[in-house]
Design a protein around this ligand. Structure first.
Ligand SMILES: Nc1ncnc2c1ncn2[C@@H]1O[C@H](COP(=O)(O)OP(=O)(O)OP(=O)(O)O)[C@@H](O)[C@H]1O
Ligand SMILES: [Mg+2]
Length: 279
């Protein structure tokens, strides 16, 4: 029987559309490295979660970490500011250089590391304090001596939240919407005046409008900060990042400029992942 091409259903299609990489009009990178992971291994007791990853992070660029669930993205991200130190049974091998110093070397204070390399989590986690104190808290703890009102305003402006909260700074941070709470957490991180901001799926709990605000904010922030972002959203990685690393079962499959990863990757696995044939 000859199929009528007008009426038969199209065969089930595999999603093979590649995300469109944003045109970069403005180059922000300095050509220097902000961080440099060298042969990093992470074990949770006997489980080998990150297997010898080397990853240079370029200053004032956005680096995206992508890959299927459980491949080690968050684990690797947490290595960059020693957040894994607080996980019991964890062992880290290799080096992570920040300004040519290994942040895991003896005598390095992890709290000092986290002041320079801040983190924003997937789920917005404001403190049960006022909007003002959410932003001021970290700076206060660190003994900030400058004008706190100015710091709070500047941080909220940088996080694109000032106009929405300037008349209610004494209200609880928890009274804000999810997207506003995430920007408040970004403001809180900025108030500590870090060099690097690590973001673990910062927009995954948000609606598309709030999510695109976070993306715009990231593009604005990279003029002054280095950003490393974990995302499951291929379009987001393609839109915002300068470089992309694909992880797979704890290993680095490919790391290159985002343009190359999404248009002409060198590994079949990358091609399959970004076109939705895997994961
Ligand atoms: N605290 C822990 N103790 C034991 N194993 C862990 C711990 N945290 C993560 N793992 C394991 O390490 C591996 C990597 O986990 P990780 O959270 O880094 O993955 P991921 O790529 O961020 O995944 P997702 O996309 O789901 O967030 C997984 O197999 C996970 O089960
Ligand atoms: Mg994760």
């Amino acid at each position: 029987m000859v199929a009528n091409t007008m009426t038969t259903e199209a065969p089930q299609r595999i999603a093979t559309a590649k995300p469109v990489v944003a045109e970069r009009t403005e180059k922000t990178g300095t050509g220097r490295l902000a961080l440099d992971a060298q042969d990093v291994h992470v074990y949770y007791d006997t489980f080998h979660a990150v297997k010898g990853i080397s990853l240079p992070i370029h200053e004032k660029e956005i680096t995206a970490l992508i890959g299927p669930s459980g491949c080690g993205k968050s684990t690797l991200l947490r290595c960059f500011n020693r957040m894994n130190d607080v996980v019991s049974g964890v062992r880290i091998e290799g080096q992570i250089l920040y300004k040519n110093q290994d942040i895991y070397a003896a005598g390095v204070d992890p709290v000092a590391v986290r002041r320079r390399i801040g983190m924003v989590f997937q789920k917005p986690n404001p403190f049960p304090k006022s909007i003002y104190n959410n932003v001021a808290w970290g700076a206060k703890i660190n003994g900030y001596k400058g004008n706190m009102d100015e710091l709070v305003e500047k941080s909220l402006r940088q996080a694109a939240l000032w106009d929405e909260v300037k008349d209610k700074l004494q209200q609880s941070g928890l009274s804000l919407s999810g997207g506003q709470q995430q920007r408040l957490c970004i403001a809180r991180t900025l108030a500590i005046q870090p060099d690097v901001i690590l973001m673990d799926e910062p927009a995954s709990a948000l609606d598309p409008i709030a999510s695109s605000k976070i993306e715009e904010l990231m593009l604005e922030l990279k003029k002054d900060y280095t950003i490393v972002v974990v995302t499951h959203n291929m379009q987001q990685a393609a839109r915002v990042s300068d470089r992309t690393a694909l992880l797979w079962l704890g290993e680095l499959v490919e790391y290159d400029e985002t343009q190359t990863i999404f248009t002409n990757p060198s590994q079949q696995k990358t091609e399959d992942y970004i076109t939705g044939r895997h994961g």
